[in-house]
Ligand binder design. Sequence first.
Ligand SMILES: Nc1nc2c(ncn2[C@@H]2O[C@H](COP(=O)(O)OP(=O)(O)OP(=O)(O)O)[C@@H](O)[C@H]2O)c(=O)[nH]1
Ligand SMILES: [Mg+2]
Length: 402
Amino acid sequence: MFIDEIKIYAQAGHGGKGCVAFHREAYITKGGPSGGNGGRGGSVILQADHDLNNLIQQYYVPRLIAKPGEGGMGKGMDGHAGDDLIIKVPCGTLVWRLKDTTPAIQKKMTSPDDVDEDEDVEPENPLFKTGTGLRPVIRTAGGIPAALEVDLSKEKEFDNSKKPIEDKGELIADLTTHGQQFILCKGGRGGLGNRNFATARHQTPRFAQPGEPGTEGEYLLELRIMAEVGLVGYPNAGKSTLLTAISRARPKIAAYPFTTLHPQIGIVEFMPDFKRLTVCDVPGLIDGAHNNVGLGHEFLRHIQRCKVLVLLLDMAGTDNRKPWDDYKQLLKELELYDKALVEKPRLVVANKMDEAAAEKNLKQFKTKFKKVSVLPISAAFDQGMAKFRQTIREEVEKHSAA
Ligand SMILES: Nc1nc2c(ncn2[C@@H]2O[C@H](COP(=O)(O)OP(=O)(O)OP(=O)(O)O)[C@@H](O)[C@H]2O)c(=O)[nH]1
Ligand SMILES: [Mg+2]
């Protein structure tokens, strides 16, 4: 299964709560407060990894929940921090924030300027504030709940259905290079223990801070493969055959449409300078792909990052189609998906030139599109491969420099 778009829920760990304790030791009277601090909660971190090629892990584990921090303890012992949850995603993953479900109290604490001062609403669970900051303090006695209570019955059920997501929300990260990390949800701070609140006038503070909640939210991970060259064409045009001819990728090749069901990447190596180019073969497009006909045009997202597009035409017209109609239709489908795709530098390649009808069709094609330069090849018979490799390299270099 190839997953290139997945909705996930992530939640960072809650900070551990501070401890209320007093030092107790023989012959030491009034030992003073000794409650340790709570540990910070673990964060949810996304890390780009070039060994992965799709988001299948997140399909099976769509809830990413980091560990909470441990509470503080007596004798001045601080709690352990919660472990960060590091999730590996393929290079080329975009992260969209669908919905921010960070608790209102935490937002209020982190951005005090945004708080509307006129608003005089009594909070549901009253919390005391310390003089040193805006962080709440709970008393261990007095009947005030230690943390905000969450009514689970009001929570919407987590839905990870395959419905297309119309509103992608806000783009918050683009993980492109191997090892790049992004903190998706930050763990909450641990609360301070009561020994932090001892003053000359108040030597026995019987309160400590609760930990802060970590941030949480629903996110959309979208993979857009990082390839320099994208192969676009009708089914059976020979895209997979071409990829096989120029690289060591071995996608399935067969004489029926939609042999390739998901994008395939091949690496083309150039000697003697060991230059490498990545080429992406996307499933075939047909008329009306933008209306989800065939495999639809959702796979086109994988060529959005390509520097150069190769429009591969079946010049022999083996499926009783005309190459010039294919060319026009392909451009139309690209434009309907994203206008930026037709503005990308492109190379028109005529495949199956070994077939009898191809030569005649190519002549006709050239008379119809005088300005379009066409590169004739025969991928199955390795004809024109050296020229094709050289051309894509030149094009990529030309457009990388710019
Ligand atoms: N005669 C001839 N046949 C070719 C050539 N290139 C590919 N073919 C044939 O065309 C058919 C389709 O090739 P594929 O490479 O699977 O085509 P594709 O564009 O990847 O097709 P989809 O994956 O379905 O989109 C196969 O039967 C190939 O053998 C060529 O240069 N000459
Ligand atoms: Mg194919």
